[in-house]
Design a protein around this ligand. Structure first.
Ligand SMILES: [Zn+2]
Ligand SMILES: [Zn+2]
Length: 81
């Protein structure tokens, strides 16, 4: 029987920043003539954070309400290599 209450402690990348930046609406995504620039993957306002998927809490909307940086204490203690 599988214990589904045990969270997997693993690194997870999340993107944090202003909504307009996450939605590609900030000026850094636009070319000089105002079009969306497909060459810009992420603007400089967005932070990429590595967090523990097991320790961090995410709402049903996909919003992180509490994050624990990777590696977390559990992983540090030998739970993951
Ligand atoms: Zn931006
Ligand atoms: Zn963890």
């Amino acid at each position: 029987m599988t214990d589904t209450t045990t969270m997997t402690h693993a690194p997870l990348l999340i993107f944090a920043g202003p909504v307009e930046c996450l939605e590609r609406e900030c000026e850094e995504y636009a070319t000089e003539d105002g079009h969306d620039d497909p060459g810009v993957e992420r603007c400089s306002h967005i932070r990429v954070e590595e967090v523990c998927a097991g320790c961090s809490t995410q709402t049903d909307d996909g919003e992180f309400v509490a994050v624990v940086a990777w590696p977390c204490r559990t992983a540090d203690a030998g739970g993951a290599k």
